[in-house]
Design a protein around this ligand. Structure first.
Ligand SMILES: Cc1ncc(COP(=O)(O)O)c(C=O)c1O
Length: 360
C-alpha cells in the first residue's frame, strides 16, 4: 500500500475562482489578498495581518519591524528549519542557539536562561511540528529581561495554548504557506500577525519598498507582496483549516494508540492546555535510518526534520554555542510519518504495523 508523505488537491470551484482572477487581469495583491488578511487576523485573534510571498519574507519583515540593531542577539532554537536563523543575518543580528525540551521539541526556557546575555534583545521560539513553544515561561523571561518575542509560527496554523492561538501569543508572528503546511496558497506564501499597530504599519511599508504613497519611499523595503491567485487559494485553505486540523488530530490519535505499544517508539507529548495541530507527526526511535530505509521499501513516505541542526550546518559552524545535547539527540532519533488530512485509517494502520514488524 502506497502512503505518500504529502497529498494536495484543490476543488473545481477554487480553480474556477483562480481562472476568474487571471481573466480579470488583477494579478498583484488586490481584493483576495486584502480579504485573506482580514480573515486570518480574525482566525488568530490578532488585530492585524499582512500577507507576503513566503514564510522567509514574513520572518524578515517581522525582524525588521522589531527594530533590532546590528550586533544585537536573538535567541532561537537550533532544532528548526534553517530560515529561523538565516533571517537574522542580513540585519547583522547574531543568532544565539538554545536547546529544546526533548519531550516537546520546542525551545527550552531553562536553556534560554543559559543563553541570555546583555546583548540579547529578542527571543524567537519556533512552534515546531504544529505545537506551540512554552510561551508562558518564554514570555515571563522576556518580561523580566525587556525582550521582544517573535513567534516563528511557520508550522503552526491553528495551534493554541489555553485557547489562545499561535500568532496572538507574542509581539509579532510569521507563518509560511508552503504547499506541505496545514494552510497553503498554491505555491509560496506567508502571513504576519501582530496586535501592535505601529509595528504593523512599519512591516506594511517594508514589504512594499518602504512606500507610503505611490512612488514615495520613506524607508528601506523590498517587494514581498503576495500574488492575487495565492490569496484566492489561501482563503480556501483557511476555510478548510479547522476541519483539516481535526483530521490531522484524528490521524495522530490513531497513530498514538497503535504506536504506544511498541517499546522502542516515543510518541509525541502534548503539554496540558496545548492544542497540537500536527503539521508533522514526529516520533523518536532507535536505528532511525534503518527504519527510514524499511519505510521506503514499503512505499511509505517519511521526513526527517531535522537531520542536521542549524548550529551544525556548514554556514553556522563558526558560531560558539552552549550545550545543545537535546537538539543533537533529537536530530539522531526523529522521523516524521505521513499525517496529512487525506490519509485513511487503513494507511495509518499499515504504517504502524510496518514499524511494529521492523522492531520485532
Ligand atoms: C520553522 C520554519 N521557519 C521558517 C520557514 C520558512 O518558510 P518558507 O519556506 O515559506 O519561506 C519554514 C518553512 O518551512 C519553517 O518550517
Amino acid at each position: 500500500m502506497k502512503v505518500p508523505i504529502v497529498q494536495l488537491e484543490l476543488p473545481e470551484i477554487v480553480l474556477e475562482e483562480v481562472k476568474a482572477v487571471l481573466k480579470s487581469g488583477m494579478w498583484a495583491e488586490g481584493k483576495p489578498v486584502r480579504d485573506l488578511e482580514q480573515e486570518f487576523a480574525g482566525f488568530t485573534g490578532a488585530k492585524f495581518c499582512r500577507a507576503v510571498n513566503n514564510g522567509t519574507s514574513a520572518l524578515l519583515a517581522s525582524i525588521y519591524g522589531a527594530e533590532l540593531k546590528p550586533e544585537d542577539e536573538v535567541i532561537i532554537p537550533s532544532f528548526s528549519f534553517i530560515a529561523t536563523a538565516n533571517c537574522l543575518i542580513p540585519f547583522g543580528i547574531r543568532p544565539v542557539f538554545a536547546d529544546i525540551d526533548l519531550s516537546t521539541f520546542t525551545l527550552s526556557p531553562q536553556s534560554i536562561k543559559y543563553a541570555i546575555s546583555p546583548k540579547t534583545k529578542a527571543l524567537m521560539p519556533v512552534h515546531l511540528y504544529g505545537l506551540c513553544a512554552n510561551m508562558d515561561e518564554i514570555q515571563e523571561i522576556a518580561d523580566e529581561n525587556d525582550l521582544i518575542v517573535i513567534e516563528d509560527a511557520c508550522q503552526s496554523h491553528g495551534a493554541e495554548i489555553h485557547g489562545k492561538k499561535a500568532g496572538n501569543l507574542g509581539e509579532i508572528a510569521a507563518f509560511s504557506l508552503y504547499p506541505t503546511k496545514n494552510m497553503f496558497s498554491g505555491g509560496e506564501g506567508g502571513l504576519i500577525t501582530t496586535n501592535n499597530e505601529e509595528l504593523y504599519e512599519k512591516i506594511n511599508r517594508f514589504v512594499n519598498h518602504g512606500q507610503t504613497e505611490k512612488y514615495i519611499h520613506t524607508e528601506l523595503g523590498f517587494n514581498f507582496r503576495m500574488p492575487a491567485v495565492a490569496g484566492v487559494i489561501a482563503r480556501h485553505s483557511l476555510s478548510e483549516l479547522p476541519n483539516n486540523n481535526k483530521k490531522r488530530i484524528h490521524n495522530a490519535e490513531l497513530y498514538n494508540e497503535l504506536l504506544e505499544k511498541i517499546p522502542e517508539v516515543k510518541i509525541p507529548e502534548v503539554p496540558k492546555g496545548y492544542h497540537h495541530v500536527y503539521h508533522q507527526y514526529t516520533i523518536r526511535v532507535p536505528n532511525r535510518d534503518l527504519l527510514a530505509e524499511n519505510l521506503s521499501k514499503n512505499e511509505i513516505g517519511y521526513g526527517i526534520h531535522y537531520k542536521i541542526p542549524i548550529h551544525q550546518q556548514q554556514v553556522y559552524k563558526e558560531i560558539k554555542t552552549i550545550s545543545l545535547k537535546h537538539t543533537e539527540k533529537a536530530a539522531d532519533e526523529v522521523i516524521s510519518l505521513p499525517i496529512h488530512p487525506l490519509l485513511t485509517d487503513e494507511q495509518i494502520q499499515f504504517v504502524a504495523s510496518t514499524i511494529e514488524k521492523f522492531y520485532k
